[in-house]
Design a protein around this ligand. Structure first.
Ligand code: SF4
Ligand code: SF4
Length: 420
């Protein structure tokens, strides 16, 4: 039985009286044997940040003066190919287009849609190249202010269930599930998922996370438009849309993998505590959440299981950079591998994702980071694998979850009632 309605929660939010806890705060209280009761909590905020391949943008891009060309046949932004349409915009000099976060630049193997979206949201100037249906090539520049519409659609976001990946073979395997080609056998493990902070881990039956619910997508107020592709009851995810003009570039970006550049996003979701059952779902602990360890070749062969306690408890959010240990190698393997371009000759902490590739790769300990290890059994043998790549960023997930909590406490984020 419900003890309060969303309307009553919203009245408290508007009055600045709502009690909000993050999912990690709830989990900690439970661990301390001091679990909260529904009467005392109005909202629990949750969040995640990781590679979300199903991300696309719908843009309306100014290209030339009206009348300069009839229709666009091809269009590239910073060399990343998009799809003109569906509106033809005949003779308007502008192009409606859809562009994927996973598309790769035709000029630069290390650049793709995720990097483009970060540059666009961050206010950078973007190179436009368009080929018209008459074969004319027009080049111009634009930015987020000039672009009329910039709407992100994530077709499959904030998955509840992830796999982790290792390579049990001697083959070298290229995959989007690892930042570099993965060697084997059993050299390490690549993981994804934010465990007990993940929205759908805290509402696994999607009792409150439903179509029409408001969320934060990369810092912009967005909305859940339905279950994401391949979502099902056991393995739910969400389809989300939000205005890119309201996003914070910190929360999204490109992430290079062994199979080319991908995109990461951050999502935060508020869970209204309508009754004790809904609150109890948020008591989940990292150690209770199973994480399958899967063969990176084909991704369906489960070799064993670990849990998110092993992944996140006691591990560092970020590496420590020790410039005094850097030997200025002729080819810097960290610079080559850093998936977000955070390390050039210095460390740009704002771009860092905490993936751990630098600490794993640098032969001279110029980077150190405790990213932990996982133990699992294969054919009665216990295997201890170092976590060599994290494709989810717990720090950004925590930041956005906290950001959502503050917005609710300050009366700036009112919940939608999508339950009726
Ligand atoms: S590989 Fe390590 S020691 Fe060598 S230049 Fe890069 S950071 Fe410095
Ligand atoms: S943890 Fe290291 S490799 Fe990963 S993004 Fe940060 S600097 Fe780059």
């Amino acid at each position: 039985m419900n003890i309060r309605s969303i309307e009553e929660i919203n009245e408290k939010i508007k009055g600045g009286n709502a009690t909000v806890l993050t999912a990690e705060e709830v989990s900690r209280l439970v661990r301390e044997d001091n679990p909260p009761v529904a009467e005392d909590v109005d909202v629990v905020t949750t969040g995640t940040c990781g590679i979300m391949s199903g991300t696309a943008a719908v843009l309306h891009v100014p290209v030339a003066e009206p009348g300069a060309f009839k229709k666009a046949k091809k269009i590239y932004l910073n060399g990343v190919p998009g799809f003109p349409g569906p509106c033809p915009n005949e003779w308007l000099g502008s192009v409606d287009m859809i562009i994927y976060g996973t598309s790769h630049s035709i000029h630069d193997n290390n650049y793709g849609g995720g990097f483009l979206f970060k540059d666009l949201v961050g206010g950078q100037e973007i190179e436009v190249e368009m080929e018209s249906t008459d074969g004319d090539i027009i080049k111009s520049k634009t930015n987020i202010s000039e672009i009329g519409t910039a709407q992100m659609i994530g077709t499959r976001m904030a998955f509840k269930n992830y796999n982790s990946f290792t390579n049990p073979s001697d083959e070298i395997v290229s995959s989007i599930f690892h930042a570099i080609d993965m060697t084997g056998p059993f050299t390490g493990i690549s993981i994804s998922g934010c465990g007990q902070l993940n929205p759908l881990q805290n509402d696994p039956q999607t009792k409150t996370i439903c179509s029409g619910a408001k969320v934060l997508l990369n810092g912009s107020e967005g909305i859940i438009i339905g279950p994401g592709t391949r979502s099902n009851r056991e393995k739910p995810n969400m389809m989300i849309t939000a205005d890119m003009k309201q996003m914070d570039a910190h929360y999204l970006g490109g992430f290079k993998t062994g199979a080319g550049p991908e995109i990461f996003d951050s999502v935060a979701v508020a869970i209204p505590i309508l009754n004790e059952d809904i609150l109890k779902q948020t008591f989940i602990q990292n150690s209770d959440i199973k994480l399958p360890v899967t063969d990176i070749r084909g991704r369906h062969n489960v070799l064993g299981f670990t849990n998110y306690g092993e992944v996140w408890e006691g591990s560092d959010e970020r590496p420590v950079y020790h410039p005094e240990n850097c030997l200025d190698c002729e080819t810097c393997i960290v610079r080559e591998r850093c998936p977000t371009h955070a390390y050039t000759n210095t460390l740009n902490t704002k771009r860092c994702f905490g993936c751990g590739m630098c600490a794993y790769s640098c032969p001279n300990n110029a980077f150190t980071m405790n990213s932990g290890s996982v133990v699992f059994n294969v054919e009665d043998k216990s295997i201890d694998l170092p976590i060599i790549c994290r494709q989810s960023d717990i720090k950004r997930a925590r930041e956005l979850t906290e950001n959502l909590k503050k917005r609710i406490e300050n009366g700036k984020f009112i919940l939608n009632n999508c339950l009726d």
